[in-house]
Design a protein around this ligand. Sequence first.
Ligand code: DX5
Length: 207
Amino acid sequence: MIKIAPSILSADFGCLNEEIATVEPFSDLITVDVMDGIFVPNITVGMGVVRDLKTSLPIECHLMIVEPWKYVEQFLDAGADIVSVHFEATGEKTAQTLQMIREKGGRSSLAIKPATSIDEILPFLPLMDFCVVMSVEPGFGGQSFLPSALPKIRKLREQKPELEIIVDGGINSETAPQAIKAGADILVSGSYIFKAEDRGAAIASLR
Ligand code: DX5
């Protein structure tokens, strides 16, 4: 069953809980894009905002930050259910960080940028509950889907059938079927949903 995760990156940051209320009835989880202005050239929100979010849905915190291991526990304490860390940020601390997420009660998720080969993360599959295959360069919403994500999804699906594969970036009614066909389980979508006249219909069009 395909799950849809609206990304609040494209929502009105001045009324996030009202924005979430407009998509929650149609969605399966909420994605919070955390950016530090170092790992990516943008800055968004931190643990305090996550703590104040009001939703009954699971929250995925996508940490686009350097040294994410320093903040895993704080985001879990703030209410994150899934913590996604970037392989390009964790490096030789990748295994340690994924184990930490699980030990602290979260579900572990490793994200990779478009330029990163799947082969680099295969050794960590046993420690991963999720993988985020970025189909845009992380940092901004509203970008176009990169089809180079599709063979990565296919290879991941072959390597670990039970892995939950998240695709994040440029997801709309055209690109969603491609990602699903390749083997994606969860579609993160921001601008397509939050810029739509009818957000419920937009979400339904992705499934
Ligand atoms: C990029 C972000 C975006 C966001 C989705 O760093 O991770 O991919 O979640 O944004 P859209 O759906 O507008 O590409």
